[in-house]
Ligand binder design. Structure first.
Ligand code: JFZ
Length: 597
């Protein structure tokens, strides 16, 4: 199971990058498949000196800020929906290069306050900041000596915000990293997806851009701003390998302690960044991060008010740490330099929780369950489990399926005192912990569990007696149907993804092994999409079969199928099949079990 899922995750990152690259590059980019693939496979260990911040911190601030922020997805009276830093792109406002460059004359972010941003990151509980020193649009957000298209020389602002931020990060003890778009440069001749000729009509190739802008600018950002924690290269596209090798050499030479992002290309970076905005469902090996946004767009978009609530931010953070990774959460400051008010508010609230339970996040390791549990998720430090309860069962009963290690004690943390001791009961493969009726912690209660040794867990899926249990199609064993990743853009550049099982042959099925503690009847729901009415069957091996017809829509929706009985506690194999309707299009995302009687 682990292998299948890992392969799926890897395949889907590769696919995502390919799709994105094809979207960004012109046709004929097939070779990229191979290149992205190779990059994704490389998972290295960070050495002791480099990347300690990344390994231990687990939580960082990403900042997309540039000339595009001053447009905010409103151009010449029309709103464009999607990632703001791509506003120039033909799928967005399609702004001609000269017209875009001229906009720099009106970019004057006088309210930019580096100290306030660094303090926000600090209050939010983040350990370092990665900011766009140059994005695909080509405007350097620092005082570049090698190219005039930079915030000091090309705008009325006249200040170097990166200098200011470097100073503020030092003051607050935060790491500083620079995002640098090394391949794509849409305004400099020869840059990836940029103009093909210089201003005086001479042909410009990538080498021209690389030697005249990219390389010297990477020298600048790695020498002028003190110690740098990360250089975050992005979207390598078709950049030839030797350029990436040289850029990495430059970073190593100037900043031996800095990490290089995996999106440098060719597996030459130090760690892997998953597909954007993706919190993985199963543990991922190696050194990796998820990058995510506080709302939908990376760069400021005037309409974008869909903020992640503090609880959702913490949920995604804990899930990333629980899956073995690091979480970097983005803010998009406005064209005047200020951070949107609701972003600061939600980040600070989440930060207060982290201050109450720092041990759950910093230096914490992956969950031995390797996936979320119905009530929440788990992070680990040595022989201690931290159970983060996102979804409190009404009964207060927290069930841990398949924990093989002996529990010494469990207590509910309250952020101040030693915590409240909780009752623990072992029942075969299951451990039950009883929460008090109303935990004082309103956001996410944390239970600390002390074990005899480091945790070991049986990988079977437990059916929770107290809460709905959801098992994804990603985790199914599949025969006679296709299990694959579906990726799509919700808005332009806003990626969504899931693993589905579809294209059902007759007799095809998706199966899961489950462990039942409480015998009896469970209602089964399926989440799927498709066309028209569909008949689904659910079977318990050697036992019952139920089937039902329900409608479908092109969005994934949950539909009830009916009750099945698990007559005794123990292990069962449950499988889903698609019996009638458009079997090719019927696309299963998850199965759900809820105890009824
Ligand atoms: C890139 C940029 O193009 C984008 O503007 C933003 O900076 C983001 C953080 O990174 O976009 C990507 C790159 C890779 C994937 C998706 C979007 N991917 O692998 O899914």
């Amino acid at each position: 199971m682990m292998d299948t899922t890992r392969r799926l995750i890897i395949a889907h990152i590769a696919l995502a990058m390919l799709v994105f690259a094809v979207m960004a590059q012109d046709a004929g980019a097939q070779k990229m498949d191979e290149m992205w693939g190779r990059q994704v496979m490389m998972l290295k260990a960070v050495d002791a000196e480099r990347g300690q911040l990344f390994e231990d911190g687990n939580y960082a601030m990403f900042i997309h800020w540039g000339l595009y922020s001053n447009i905010g997805n409103l151009y010449k009276g029309k709103s464009y929906y999607g990632i703001g830093e791509w506003i120039m792109n033909r799928n967005m406002a399609d702004i001609p290069i000269d017209e875009y460059k001229a906009l720099a004359g009106k970019f004057n972010p006088v309210k930019f306050d580096a100290d306030e941003i660094a303090k926000l990151a600090k209050d939010a509980g983040m350990k370092y900041i990665v900011i766009t020193s140059k994005h695909h649009d080509g405007l350097a957000m620092y005082h570049s000596k090698v190219n005039k298209f930079n915030i000091v020389d090309a705008t009325p602002f006249g200040r170097d915000p990166m200098k200011e931020l470097a100073k503020a990060c030092q003051k607050y003890g935060l790491g500083l990293g620079f995002y640098y778009s090394h391949n794509q440069d849409w305004t400099f001749p020869g840059g990836g997806n940029g103009p093909k000729q210089t201003a005086d009509g001479k042909d410009a190739d990538f080498k021209y851009y690389y030697e005249n802008k990219c390389r010297p600018q990477v020298e600048e950002i790695t020498t002028h701003y003190g110690p740098i924690a990360i250089v975050w290269f992005d979207t390598p596209g078709r950049i030839p390998r030797e350029y990436v090798e040289e850029l990495v050499r430059i970073v190593r030479k100037n900043q031996p302690k800095a990490l290089v992002s995996g999106r440098a290309g060719y597996g030459l970076g130090d760690y892997q960044t998953l597909g954007d905005m993706e919190v993985p469902n199963e543990n991922v090996e190696g050194i990796w991060e998820t990058v995510d946004t506080t709302n939908d767009s990376w760069a400021y978009a005037w309409y974008d008010n869909y903020w992640k609530a503090p609880k959702e931010i913490l949920h995604r953070l804990v899930s990333c740490v629980g899956r073995g990774g690091t979480y970097m959460l983005n803010i998009g400051p406005k064209g005047d330099g200020t951070v949107p008010e609701l972003a600061t508010r939600t980040l600070r609230k989440a930060g207060e929780w982290i201050r109450r339970y720092p041990q759950v996040v910093y230096g914490a390791d992956a969950s031995p369950w390797k996936h979320a549990l119905p009530w929440g998720d788990v992070t680990v430090k040595n022989n201690t489990l931290f159970l983060c309860v996102f979804n409190e069962p009404k009964s207060g009963e927290l069930y841990l399926p398949g924990l093989k290690t002996k529990v010494k004690s469990a207590c509910l943390l309250d952020g101040k005192k030693r915590g409240t001791k909780l009752k623990v009961r072992t029942m075969g493969n299951w451990t039950k912990i009883q929460l008090p009726p109303r935990p004082a912690e309103k956001l996410i209660p944390v239970v600390q569990v002390e074990l005899d040794e480091s945790p070991e867990v049986d990988s079977c899926w437990g059916i929770d007696p107290a809460l709905e249990t959801t098992i994804l199609a990603q985790f199914a064993e599949v025969t006679g149907a296709k299990q694959e990743t579906k990726k799509w853009m919700e808005k332009f550049g806003e990626w969504k993804h899931l693993v589905r099982v579809w294209q059902w042959a007759e007799g095809g099925k998706a199966s899961w092994e489950v462990d039942v503690l409480k015998s009896g009847y469970y209602n089964v729901d399926l989440t799927y999409n498709g066309e028209g009415r569909i008949v689904w069957g659910v079977d318990v091996a050697g036992g019952q079969h139920i089937q039902n017809q329900q409608n479908s829509s092109h969005n994934y929706q949950k539909f009830p199928i009916g009750w099945i009985n698990f007559p005794e506690p123990g292990r069962y194999t449950v499988s889903v099949s698609c019996i009638e309707g458009n079997l090719a299009q019927a696309s299963l995302k998850a199965i759900h079990f809820t105890f009824v009687d």
